[in-house]
Design a protein around this ligand. Structure first.
Ligand code: PLP
Length: 383
């Protein structure tokens, strides 16, 4: 397999501090909600939700983590040398666009693949026929997510066909919640009912070789009846509830703090417009700090004239448009700011004016999107 190695450069001036202890504490707290026998699958897709997949998988090489889940084959290939002997589940359903070589590597490496169509099953059969390879698969059951699960009737056929094929081994059956993060859990309850029905009809709970799983972070925190044999946690492991929760049963701590330096300080007279579009015109003489960070680094343009950063304990507003690689802060009210001083861009504190939740509100999105936008060239510093 040709592995493409990029010559990704790193920006040492943009620093994402990763706090290992908080990551491991979050995992332990999530585990404490589940029965002891429930396995913990750490979801590290999308560059570990923007945290840095290499760094995060290295930290998670601990007995508290039983498996990893990634979105793509390429991520699985990347973390395989770091994951110890833990299984790696590839969440993108296996499909005929994958090359023959990819399927064979999955079988050889023991990557666990999601089966979600007859076409995929036929493809695996034809690729592995006449080999001694066995591919480990999880069957994704459609219960209401409406994305890539298989309808229960078709799933029944697939179960039979897997049982008949020596090259394919069923190791998991799962489903995925569409609304577990919402306050009203009635739709999630219906999904559990449909899943239970499928598990019951096919007596899957009696099979020790099959791992049954359903819960993402929200399910792990709010649906104890859906812990089954394994939970798949992403956002909560990084310290966030899928959406802000007023009375969470466990206190999660954000794992990442993003910082950037002040590279220029300047005086802007009252009435002098700031940045592209002249969207900000100060009404007072203003002391401004330039930060070498912009939308190309993942700091969204829609934060212009809205978001804040932190200098020491003080919140400072972003003024004018966020540019591609630069932005401007109003530091007039801050007692002392120095060149080279580090500014907190994204704080590891839920109540901070620049928490991922606050940034998500300004961008009309969810904290997942804010985190995954952090560019790969940001220097990850592991503590
Ligand atoms: C991304 C994903 C998860 C993790 O979701 P979180 O809300 O981040 O915990 C779990 N399962 C599947 C199938 C996913 O795609």
């Amino acid at each position: 397999m040709k592995v493409f190695r990029t010559q990704q450069y790193i920006r040492p001036d943009l620093q994402a501090h990763i706090f290992s202890k908080d990551l491991l504490d979050n995992v332990r707290k999530l585990r404490s909600l589940c029965p002891a026998r429930t396995k913990f699958c750490a979801v590290v897709k999308a560059n570990a939700y923007g945290h840095g997949i290499t760094e995060i998988v290295n930290i998670l090489n601990t007995p508290d983590v039983d498996a990893f889940a990634v979105a793509t084959f390429y991520e699985a290939l990347h973390i395989a040398p770091l994951a110890g002997k833990r299984p790696i589940l590839i969440l993108e359903p296996l499909n005929p666009v994958w090359t023959v070589e990819q399927i064979r590597i999955c079988a050889r490496e023991g990557f666990e693949c999601v089966l979600a169509s007859t076409e995929a099953l036929d493809y695996i059969r034809s690729v592995l026929a006449d080999t001694a390879l066995t591919l480990r698969v999880h069957l994704n059951i459609e219960t209401g997510m409406g994305r890539c699960g298989v309808e229960p009737e078709l799933a029944a056929t697939l179960l039979d066909r897997i049982a008949d094929n020596g090259n394919i081994r069923l190791v998991g059956v799962f489903t995925h919640f569409a609304t577990a993060d919402e306050e009203d859990l009635s739709y999630a309850d219906q999904q559990i009912d449909r899943f239970e029905c499928f598990l019951g009809v096919h007596k899957l709970k009696n099979r020790p070789d099959v791992t049954i799983h359903a819960s993402n972070s929200a399910g792990t925190i709010k649906l104890p009846q859906a812990h089954y044999d394994m939970v798949r946690c992403g956002i909560s492991m990084y310290g966030y509830y899928s959406r802000r929760m007023s009375h969470p049963p466990i206190q999660l701590k954000p794992v990442l703090r993003l910082e950037a330096p002040v590279v220029q300080l300047r005086h802007i007279p009252a009435g002098h417009p700031v940045s592209y579009g002249c969207s900000f015109v100060p009404t007072r003489d203003t002391h401004a700090a330039i930060i070498p960070l912009g939308y190309a680094d993942g700091y969204r343009r829609c934060f212009s004239n809205r978001a804040a950063m932190k200098i020491g304990p003080h919140a400072v507003p972003v003024i004018g448009r966020v540019c591609m690689d630069q932005l401007i802060l109003d530091v007039t009210d801050i007692p002392s700011v120095e060149l080279g001083q580090m500014v907190t861009v994204l704080d590891n504190d839920h109540d901070s004016p620049c928490s991922a939740y606050a940034l998500a509100d300004w961008a009309d999105t969810i904290c997942y999107e804010i985190l995954t936008f952090i560019h790969a060239h940001v220097n990850r510093i592991v503590h």
